[in-house]
Design a protein around this ligand. Structure first.
Ligand code: GTP
Ligand code: MG
Length: 353
């Protein structure tokens, strides 16, 4: 059987699209019934003429599109271990981020399917290129001001704070280090879950703080609930919480995390991490499932997902701009018409400090 191969780039990594075997390893983990072939519902935009949906078949929701990708259509990212390690070595946070890191990875994800993966109400934060450069510039001077193991030792509440939460090992500390790329080695990360055991407060140019929070799950501190829940529910200057979730479909719904954050009633934003590790196909699936779980069920979640790789820097400037925006440190106006309308119904989710 002929093997047609298309190559291209996503999130800074080269991938090869095989229209025929080999079958992507990850696909074996998926429910085979859910990926039955309906090739007409999906249009890959990459190096292939875009097959627009036929007038006889009504446009499919993006979820159906993803569910209907066959094993033979899966985008398989053929990165050898050597290439991967080279790439890891190449990322040196003392240097500036690569130019392709400035593109919102969600836009890149969209380029693989014809059906819109976001509605207008889910594309609220769309900063201009100038605003993204401005956002990145806000993160130039960073200091670790305090590591706190009990609530009575918290620093003052004079500037806005943004906390980063999620399961152990999801990439919270790495995300902070990527956001602080101009200040190398300021955040401790670890291969084993449970690296961060205290609330670590990082001051950004005296304007706001980012807080690295211990992860829940493996090796969490004994006083996790008292410390973390106590901090999240009582902190007056906590303007937003970034709730991290792995880009992997192995953990589509983090029920514990969702219940915890919903119960607390604090405004939060979902960030999908480690996107360099997954094929566009798996990422799209996780993206849409996460959107359905967190955003479309209402609650206190900002109705737009952020996706990042702390390894390649993809999505980092975009998230920096968002943080600069919500902490009141961007001059460029950010609100779209939809955001203004939605803000009337849920002011805390859209509040700017
Ligand atoms: N490939 C890849 N690996 C990542 C990324 N982000 C984090 N990692 C790896 O994931 C592991 C855990 O990263 P941490 O940032 O320490 O995770 P954490 O959520 O802070 O973990 P705890 O402090 O234990 O809760 C490390 O081995 C990182 O190198 C990413 O974007 N891409
Ligand atoms: Mg950590």
């Amino acid at each position: 059987m002929a093997c047609l191969t298309h190559s291209g780039r996503i999130f800074g990594l080269t991938f090869i699209l095989h229209r025929y075997p080999p079958v992507c390893r990850n696909i074996r983990n998926m429910n085979r019934q859910s990926i039955q072939m309906h090739a007409s519902t999906l249009s890959w935009h990459n190096e292939r003429p875009l097959a627009m949906p036929s007038i006889h078949s009504p446009p499919q929701p993006a979820m159906t599109c993803i569910a209907s990708i066959s094993t033979s259509q899966t985008l398989s990212r053929q990165v050898s271990k050597t290439d991967y390690l080279k790439r890891m070595k190449a990322v040196n946070w003392t240097k500036k981020l690569p130019e392709d890191a400035f593109i919102d990875p969600v836009k890149e994800l969209q380029s693989y399917v014809a059906t819109p993966i976001l509605s207008d109400n889910e594309k609220l934060f769309t900063p201009s290129d100038e605003a993204v450069k401005e956002g990145e510039g806000v993160f130039q001077s960073v200091k670790l001001i305090k590591s706190v193991a009990s609530l009575d030792k918290l620093p003052d509440e004079n500037v806005p704070e943004v906390a980063v939460i999620g399961k152990s090992n999801v990439g919270k500390s790495s995300l902070l280090q990527a956001l602080f790329s101009s200040t190398p080695n300021i955040v401790k990360t670890g291969k084993k879950p449970g690296q961060t055991q205290t609330l670590n407060f990082f001051d950004v140019d005296g304007k706001f703080r980012l807080v690295d929070v211990p992860g829940f799950g493996y090796n969490m501190p004994a006083n996790y609930h008292e410390l973390v829940e106590g901090y999240l529910t009582s902190r007056k200057n906590l303007c937003r919480t970034l709730c991290l979730k792995s880009g992997s479909t192995r953990y589509p719904v983090d029920k514990l995390g969702k219940d915890m954050i919903s119960e607390m009633g604090i405004p939060y934003v979902i960030v999908l991490t480690k996107i360099d590790r997954f094929s566009p196909h798996l990422l799209l699936k996780t993206f849409l499932e996460t959107k359905q779980t967190y955003i479309q069920t209402g609650g206190n979640c900002f109705p737009q997902l952020f996706v990042v790789s702390s390894l390649t820097g993809a999505g980092i400037p975009f998230l920096q701009t968002f943080i600069a925006h919500i902490t009141g440190n961007l001059k460029s106006p950010m609100f779209t018409v939809q955001e203004k309308e939605l803000a009337k119904e849920s002011p805390s989710i859209f509040a700017v400090y």
